[in-house]
Design a protein around this ligand. Sequence first.
Ligand code: GDP
Length: 613
Amino acid sequence: MALRNIAIIAHVDHGKTTLVDQLFRQSGTYRENQQITERAMDSNALERERGITILAKVTSVEWQGDRINIVDTPGHADFGGEVERILSMVDGVVLLCDAAEGPLPQTKFVLTKALKRGIKPIVVINKIDRPDAEIDNTLNSVFDLFVALDATPEQLDFPILYAVGREGWAGLSPDEERINTPENPGLAPLFNKIIEYVPEPHAVDKDAPFKLLVTMLERDPYLGRVVTGRIESGVVKTNQAVHCLDYEGNKIDAGRVTKILAFRGLERVPLETAEAGDIVCIAGLEKATVANTICDLSVSEPCEAQPIDPPIISMTFRVNDSPMAGREGTKVTSRMIRDRLFREAESNVALKVEDGNTMDSFKVSGRGELQLGVLIENMRREGFELGISRPEVILSKDENGNVMEPTEEVVIDVDQDYTNIVMQKMTERKAELRESAPSGGGKQRLSFIAPSRGLIGYYSEFLTDTRGTGLMNRLFHGWTPFKGKLAGRRNGVLISTAPGPVTAYALFNLEERGKILVEPNIETYAGMIIGEHNRENDLEVNVQKAKQLTNFRAAGKDDAIKLTPIPNISLEYAMTYINDDELVEVTPKSIRLRKTFLDPNERKKNERSSASA
Ligand code: GDP
C-alpha cells in the first residue's frame, strides 16, 4: 500500500471543499448512510458563512488500496510560519484554480512557499463548465505566476488536469466527455495522477528513533491535549515513553503516548503503532505545542521548525458592565469569560490570552481583526456578553531599539472607476503602491505594502467606497520602522445623557447635529453612543425627548417623521469605529457603542488625567 501526503492550495471559492467532498464519495470513504451534505473541510459554521477556512485539518482518502492524506492549507494564513509547517508534512500539492477567475493572491502566497520547498505542483483548472470560463487565459496566468515565482524548469513542466469539481469529474483534456458513474469514477485521472506524480513521503527512516514535528493542536474532552504532525522518522507505539523539545532543543515536557489516532476519511481511528511518513494525532503530553518535536527519549536534536509567529493585534475583552448587562446573554461573569478564552488559546496557537489590568479584563492577541472578530462572533452565539476595546497593533523593537510595526501586503481588485478613491484612502493610511495593472474585465489590480495599523477598520469603508464590488486580500508582510501618526479617524460622538427609549422626534431633531447610529424606540443608557457628531468633540444629547403635545392635531405626528436610514453596524465595523476611550458592548442580540466611562464627570476626570500624562 502506497502513501501520499498532499496539500490542496486554492483561493477561497475556487471549489476546494466541493472537490474534496467528491474525492471522498468516489473513494468510498463515506459510509452508505453517512450524511454527505456535510461539507468535508470547513466545518465551523461561522467559517462557512464567511467563506473562509481558518482551521487546517487533515483528511484521508483511499484509492485502489493506496492512501492519500490531504492537508488543508488555511485560506487566511496570515503568517508564513504556519504555512511552512503545514507544507513540511507534504510531498506534493494540488493547485486548484477557478477557470474564470485565474490565480489570486492567497494562492500565490502558499504557492511561493511550496515552490521554495522544491515541491512539484499538479495544476487543476476547475469549474471549466462556467459559461465565463477562460481556460487558456487561466492556464497562461498560472504559467506566468510560476515563472514570476522562480519555479524551476521541472516545476514549470507541471501536469494539468481540467475539472468540474461539482460533477466529480477531472480529465487530462477539457474536451473529454464528462463521465462519472460508480463503475467509472470521474476523478480517477486525478487520483491516479496524485499517486503517480507525487513522491513517497520524504526522508523516511523507519529504523531511526521516533520523531514527530507538531503542526496542529487541539483539546479533546476525553484525551486532553492532542497534537498532530507527520512522523519524521521511526515508529511510535501506544504507551511509549517520549519527551518534547522546543525548536531550539530545550526539553519542555515528558510522558507517555496514551493514544495514537490516524486519519481515515473524516474520522480518526486509533492505532497501536504508526510509522514514519504518516500524519497522526498523539495524546499524552500536556505541554507540547506547535513547532515542538515529540520524540524518543534518545533524541536530543529537534526537527527543523519555524518558531510560532507573534500576534500583531490585541484587544481587551471585559465583563459587560453596562446598565443593560445580563439582559440578553447567559454567560456574563469574568470567570466564564476567562475559562472560555483560555480554552480557546489552548487549541489555537495564533491566539494569546493574558489576564488584563483589572480582575474583569483580559488581553486577547491574535493575527488580525478578522480572527478576533470570528472569536467574538462565536462567543456571542454561545450566549456571552462582553465589553470590547478597539484593536491595537502590537509594536516590537529591532536590535537597535527602533520601534517597529507590522505591515501587510494588500492586493485589491476594483473596477477602474474606483481606483482613485482606493488610492487616496490607502495613501492616507501610509500604504505604498507596489503595482498597478489591469486585471481583466475592466478591473484594475492594485498591490500595496501597508502598515497593519492603518488597515484596521478599512475593510468596511472599502466595501462602501466600491459599492460592495471590490475584492481585498491581506497577507502579513513583515516589520517596518514605525510610520508615525496617522491622520485623525473620525469626529466626536453623540452621547445619550439618560436612560430610556429613544424617540423618533428626538432623533429627527438631532439629524442636523450628526449621523444617527440607532433606531428609534431602542433602549439606551447614559453614556451610550447614539450617533456621530458633525464636529470633533463629543456632544451629550437628550434622546428621550418627546414632542410637546400642544393640541390634538399634533398628536400622532411623531409617527410621520421620516428619519434617514441608519447604517448597518456590524461587529467588525463597531470594533474599529470606536476610539480608545470607548467600548463595544456585545451581547447575543445586540451590538451597542458606549463610552468606557458612562458617567460624564468620570469621563472628564479621565480626560484630564490622560491629557496630563
Ligand atoms: P472553497 O471555498 O474553495 O472550498 O469552494 P467551494 O467548494 O465552497 O465552492 C465555491 C462555489 O463554487 C460553490 O458555490 C460551489 O457550488 C461552486 N463550485 C464548486 N465546484 C464547481 C464547478 O466545478 N463548477 C461550477 N460552475 N461551480 C462550482
